[in-house]
Design a protein around this ligand. Structure first.
Ligand code: BTN
Length: 234
């Protein structure tokens, strides 16, 4: 396992994708990213002060592909655990893998598949106070606590938590982990509009199910949602 540090990259995900002969848990981080990528083609604000990193996980040919479908939720929980260990607050997981605190986003994850590996791109707002156009919706540990944190220490801790969770999961602890995730489900009981690209569904969120899908109830119908963009109705 290698940890590579850069002053600046376009995107740690893009860099790691191009690395040859990657090992499990190889990690790349950058002080700043010039083209930080968010989900759905959005820009990710990546000035100095955040933890911007990507982790490689090689697809194991002895494991079913389906196993990796839980990576977004496992990664979200690992990031949340490390935030809590760094500064204790009421963090929540906004399905599938954003981390929220006091109704603002403090972390986002972009999972990408590349050849035979999964690239888990993680952005955590640690020491930032200003997020440009995202000021209204973002928060950071610095804003919460008034303090600065050691970025490398945070990243190593998140990696260690993700490894532990992944091995627990592989060893059959999914149900227990899922309960932990549902305890932290930000969307539960919230009214939302879900867009899956084709239609908009308005409904009430419930638990995350065994497949990692979000339950959304509209009238008499219960949807299990695998992908989609969620807007909370205030
Ligand atoms: C999102 O919430 O939209 C996902 C944000 C993911 C940002 C991280 S920062 C490190 C890695 N490199 C990128 O370009 N994106 C991810």
């Amino acid at each position: 396992m290698n940890i590579l540090k850069f002053e600046e990259l376009d995107s740690t995900n893009e860099y790691l994708k191009k690395v040859k002969d990657k090992k499990n848990w190889d990690l790349v981080y950058a002080i700043r990213q010039s083209k930080g990528k968010g989900r759905r083609g959005k820009k990710w604000f990546s000035d100095e002060g955040g933890a911007w990193f990507s982790i490689n996980l090689n697809k194991d040919k002895f494991l079913d592909d389906e196993i990796y479908s839980k990576l977004p939720l496992l990664s979200g929980l690992a990031v949340l655990q490390s935030l809590k260990e760094t500064y204790n607050e009421e963090y929540k997981i906004k399905w599938p893998n954003d981390i929220y605190v006091k109704d603002k986003k403090i972390s986002g994850i972009l999972l990408e598949k590349s050849d035979e590996s999964y690239i888990i791109g993680i952005g955590v707002n640690l020491n930032l106070e200003n997020f440009g156009e995202f000021n209204e919706i973002a928060s950071s540990l610095k804003i919460l606590s008034g303090k600065n944190y050691d970025i490398e220490e945070y990243i190593k801790n998140a990696l260690s938590n993700l490894k532990k969770l992944f091995y627990r999961y592989i060893q059959g602890e999914w149900e227990i982990i899922l309960n932990e995730i549902n305890e932290l489900n930000y969307l539960k009981g919230k009214k939302i509009i879900l867009s899956d690209g084709e239609e908009d569904i308005e409904g009430l969120c419930g638990d995350i199910d065994n497949n990692g899908y979000l339950t959304v109830v509209t009238g008499k119908k219960e949807y299990k949602v695998g992908v989609g963009d969620i807007k909370i109705i205030k």
